[in-house]
Write a protein that binds this ligand. Sequence first.
Ligand code: SF4
Length: 220
Amino acid sequence: MNSYKILEEKIKACRKCHLRDTCLQVVPGEGNFEADIMFIGEGPGENEDKQGRPFVGAAGKFLEEMLSLIGKNREDVFIGNVLKCRPPGNRDPLPEEVKACWPWMMEQIKIIKPKLVVLLGRHAMERFLPGQKISKIHGQAMRREILEIGKQVFYVLYHPAAALYQGSLRETLKTDFKKIPKVIEAIEKNKENNLDNRENRERKDGRNRFEEKKKQEALF
Ligand code: SF4
């Protein structure tokens, strides 16, 4: 069994908080565990709880429609949620529930190692980029260092469900979504430049790798 499957089995067996007492099943997420892009929402809703899959129903259909805009489908990416169990009645999760579930999210990112984590909606954004406003940072790539996973590039989008209720967000969301390939390109280019820089510098003055790595990251 590969390391992601082992993690998935552990998540499915989790009983670390009371949400497991009321949900029908754990929804760990699904897709390609070697994906370049991870889409992360807040938590499973009623349909997700019933089916054991993230982003099903109308919001999931809209997400699939947007994936097709960039030539991808669900199997090309990883789709998951910060919370793996549905809060009763879709209430907001309690801080202790988020805290209990957070290590699973960190383990998933550590294994999948995506180039880009796309945060779907305000709630998911607040978990990773606290203090930000979605109206200001949607459609922008941001790099943040998180203790457990190190530096990671994030990209914030409005939640597909919000765009379904608020027609005006629909086009904004599609426009932001279509920028994803360019963001990935920029991340790859930056990595290549950093590698070239490192090779040149190492050749030039033989600095140690650790010092050089610190510098590269600061260039992004
Ligand atoms: S919400 Fe997360 S921490 Fe709580 S039982 Fe489900 S998987 Fe475990």
